[in-house]
Design a protein. Structure first.
Length: 382
């Protein structure tokens, strides 16, 4: 069994920009502003943090320090083409962080770019539609067998090649390669900088078909589970979008499914309100005192698709089977749980994994956020 441990955090920044390689008339060619969010995920060495429980805070401090160079700036004075992918690459090149797995920049809540440790870039775009559905093959009495509805969200992830090296303002004049690179395909008008527009255009027919509809009435969605909806979208998007990497369907605010053309991975989230203390923290550090968090727990599960039910694991079953563990977490002091010395997110994820072993065999990942977007995760494969 192989385990992967990682920490993640985010940092906001506010800045103005215009994106000159977009087609004439595109609103983003005009100077405008965003409240950006930078996100980082890293496999940190065991001795990187000052003490157990400090890793998330230290990671946040490192990212915030780098983001400060972009905060309340005109981004075009820092780089010639400040789109989401270029911003993510710029931060990645400057972030001296061991075990960096990925770095992302969101320009809005509905779009952004992620750069992997290998320099691969994914752009993602989110849409929402309102629809009704029922699951016809569930056992009698199951709530999902009744006609009901959701505000569904769909996220499409598409890979693009990395942009050319970035230049500080003034450096382009010294570089004979700059003019050539500015005319190269990745930076040309209508190139990958305009992918968000292309994705929106691809999505419009799907929105027209799915929005304000009963999914069961749509051909191919007679049994509209999250998994089958993600697969239905993949099969129709992939021929039009060769760089499609993943389709995500969020059925509710706490549950959804990823599909990459081969494997389904679902998640179920729950919140718990708990106290914690880190006695190994140095004197004067607030975490040495008894304090608390509104934690967000994310359980990730992978399993084959049930040919009859059309799902991998029932979201309701995940919640029910996890309830005995949840009751030990919610409204308790975490550092006093049995066989748990330090209740930092990684150790807490390990503890949960031990407690739930054998009950949820499809479980292959646990992520815990102490504060929104900041925490740690444990993934494993058999």
């Amino acid at each position: 069994m192989t385990d992967k441990l990682f920490y993640f955090t985010n940092a906001p920044f506010h800045a103005a920009r215009h994106v000159p390689n977009l087609p004439d008339g595109h609103p983003a060619r005009r100077r405008h502003g965003h409240s950006f969010t930078a996100r980082v995920r890293a496999q940190l060495p065991a001795d990187w943090a000052q003490f157990a429980g400090a890793a998330t805070g230290q990671l946040s401090a490192v990212l915030t320090e780098q983001v400060a160079a972009l905060n309340y700036c005109d981004l075009n004075e820092i780089m010639p083409l400040p789109n989401d992918a270029a911003l993510a690459m710029w931060l990645r090149e400057r972030l001296a962080l061991p075990g960096l797995v990925q770095l992302g920049v969101d320009s809005t809540a509905d779009q952004g770019a992620v750069v992997s440790e290998r320099g691969e870039i994914e752009l993602w775009r989110r849409w929402r539609f309102e629809a009704a559905h029922r699951l016809p093959n569930v056992p009698a009495g199951h709530q999902c067998g009744r006609m009901h509805g959701h505000g569904f969200e769909v996220i499409v992830h598409a890979e693009k090649s990395p942009p050319p090296p970035l230049f500080q303002r003034g450096e382009e004049e010294k570089s004979p390669l700059f003019a050539k690179r500015l005319k190269s395909p990745p930076l040309a008008k209508g190139g990958w900088g305009d992918l968000f527009n292309n994705l929106d255009a691809l999505w419009q027919p799907f929105h027209a078909e799915l929005h304000h509809a009963c999914l069961n009435d749509i051909s191919g969605l007679e049994n509209p589970t999250s998994e089958l909806l993600a697969q239905w979208l993949w099969q129709r998007l992939a021929p039009q979008l060769p760089t499609l990497r993943r389709v995500t369907v969020c059925e509710t605010a706490t549950a959804g499914c990823h599909y990459d053309g081969q494997q389904f991975r679902i998640w179920k989230e729950q919140r718990f309100e708990s106290a914690v203390q880190f006695p190994d923290a140095p004197a004067g550090d607030g975490r040495r005192r008894l304090h608390g968090h509104s934690y967000l727990l994310r359980l990730l599960l992978s399993a084959p698709l049930d040919a009859v039910l059309g799902w991998t694991v029932d979201y309701g079953d995940v919640k029910a089977l996890f309830t005995p563990v949840y009751r030990q977490l919610d409204h308790h002091r975490l550092d006093q749980l049995p066989q748990l010395k330090n209740a930092d997110p990684i150790e807490l994820a390990r503890w949960i994994r031990r407690e739930i072993a054998g009950v949820l065999p499809a479980l292959d990942g646990i992520e815990i956020e102490e504060t929104p977007g900041c925490g740690a995760g444990l993934w494993w494969t058999n």
